[in-house]
Design a protein around this ligand. Structure first.
Ligand code: FES
Length: 75
């Protein structure tokens, strides 16, 4: 991937951010590599991704919106 192929938020120099949404996922923005439990990078197509923190998503590690259906609550 060349620099021009990267989404704008994943270009070097952008400050990554991680934000926990109330009663929802963790939003990850910027040039951050997400890995599985063996350290292998998990493919990422968007510059901002939502990571599940309720444990009920069918597409872990990403959020699929199930947290709303199960009534997940967290600060
Ligand atoms: S936080 Fe959204 S499905 Fe788990």
């Amino acid at each position: 991937m060349t620099a021009s192929d990267r989404p704008a938020d994943r270009r070097p120099g952008r400050t990554p951010s991680i934000v926990a949404c109330p009663d929802g996922p963790i939003l990850v923005r910027g040039d951050v590599t997400i890995t599985d439990d063996t350290g292998q990078p998990i493919p990422r197509r968007r510059s901002t991704v939502a990571l599940c923190r309720c444990g009920a998503s069918a597409i872990k590690p990403y959020c699929d919106g199930t947290h709303k259906a199960i009534g997940f609550t967290a600060p």
